[in-house]
Design a protein around this ligand. Structure first.
Ligand SMILES: Nc1ncnc2c1ncn2[C@@H]1O[C@H](COP(=O)(O)OP(=O)(O)OP(=O)(O)O)[C@@H](O)[C@H]1O
Ligand SMILES: [Mg+2]
Length: 342
């Protein structure tokens, strides 16, 4: 399975995932392409239900039993430089368990459900150190104190034996980050890591994640429904809609030259901080349910720039329209749009 080394630590191509439920087949991912280059940060944005979490769970093979990867590849470059396709591993295989936690760590969307209320902070962090680092009790205690200090928890040595419910929301999220960093992973996936926090704490936690990413040269996948969050955090942004990436571009390009009508809609729904309180426009309509996907471009029923029958009938191809800038929309189908300076 070993192939040649690449610039991307994770490279996902045409990933399709369906849930086979009693009420029918939910087509959650419909051909997702994305990559995380070594040591870089990518953002995955899109409204609720567009497949952000399912994408990350597919990478880690944490999908529900009812889910099946029906197509596609997830290439991952392991620590030893070999390239493997994670879709080929069984979720509970020893190889997958080694990668999950040992090489790819995740900060989950719901901190309370991923932290145990009946174990101390030390117990939860040390578990990773025993499992992935082979440490003994004394080493694990010292390392846990170091990790807690690293994530900005004061009096770390004293707080080690406390339970997570004794921590505030922001501090709990710091514990989660310490837990994720314990096995010295190479990839960090953070799924809406700050949604449950108030705005000031949100900014602090995001800053901490960014610091850790830079300090440890982590490859980061930051998942959020909020484009505003990715601005200072990532290099490349992937915009997802209904189980597909509809546009991806370097972060500044997304803000200054968004091309897909969906990306533009998301940008218009960010509240403005300065100037007169502009009206926040939300994108009309809702994400279609995954049992009955529309034909053609999945966004066409909500699109403000619908150009006709082609949008209803055909799936737009992904076109490269500039350096690292790709878009799937018939507006850009004629010829690769030039990159005119303005
Ligand atoms: N266990 C499941 N069974 C059936 N359908 C599921 C299951 N988990 C997810 N889905 C479906 O997969 C689609 C994508 O869900 P996902 O959780 O990835 O969305 P998301 O982009 O992370 O949204 P959010 O911003 O709300 O977290 C949704 O339509 C969802 O209903
Ligand atoms: Mg989610």
């Amino acid at each position: 399975m070993t192939e040649t080394a690449s610039t991307n630590i994770i490279d996902v191509r045409d990933l399709q995932v369906s849930f086979f439920t009693d009420s029918g087949v939910v087509r959650a991912l419909n051909g997702v392409d994305f990559a995380i280059p070594h040591g870089k940060a990518v953002g995955v944005v899109g409204e609720s239900g567009c497949g952000k979490t399912v994408t990350s769970y597919a990478v880690l093979q944490l999908l529900a039993k009812t889910a099946k990867i029906t197509q596609g590849t997830i290439h991952f470059e392991k620590r030893d430089g070999s390239l493997v396709d994670l879709t080929q591993y069984k979720p509970d295989s020893s190889e997958m368990r080694r990668i999950r936690g040992g090489e790819i760590s995740m900060i989950f969307q719901e901190p309370m459900s991923s932290l145990s209320p009946v174990h101390t902070v030390y117990n939860q962090i040390a578990e990773n150190l025993f499992l992935h680092k082979g440490m003994n009790e004394k080493q694990a205690r010292e390392r846990t104190v170091e990790l807690l200090r690293l994530v900005g928890i004061s009096k770390a040595a004293e707080r080690l034996d406390e339970y997570t419910f004794q921590f505030s929301g922001g501090m709990r999220q710091r514990v989660m980050i310490a837990m994720a960093l314990a096995p010295e992973p190479r990839v960090l996936i953070a799924d809406e890591p700050t949604t449950a926090l108030d705005v000031t704490i949100q900014a602090q936690v995001l800053k901490l994640i960014k610091q850790m990413q830079e300090e440890f040269s982590l490859s980061l996948m930051l998942i959020t429904h909020d484009l505003g969050v990715v601005a200072h955090m990532v290099d490349q942004v992937y915009v997802m809609y209904r189980g597909r990436v509809v546009e991806d571009a370097p972060v500044m390009e997304v803000f200054y030259n968004p091309l897909h009508p969906y990306t533009r809609g998301l940008l218009n729904s960010i509240p403005k901080l300065r100037g007169p309180r502009g009206k926040v426009t939300s994108i009309p309509g809702t994400v279609p349910d995954s049992y009955n996907l529309p034909s053609g471009c999945l966004f066409h029923p909500r699109c403000s720039e619908f150009i006709g029958e082609i949008c209803r009938r055909d799936v737009p191809e992904t076109r490269e329209v500039g350096p690292n800038h790709r878009v799937s929309c018939f507006l850009y189908n004629e010829e690769p749009a030039g990159h005119e300076e303005v």
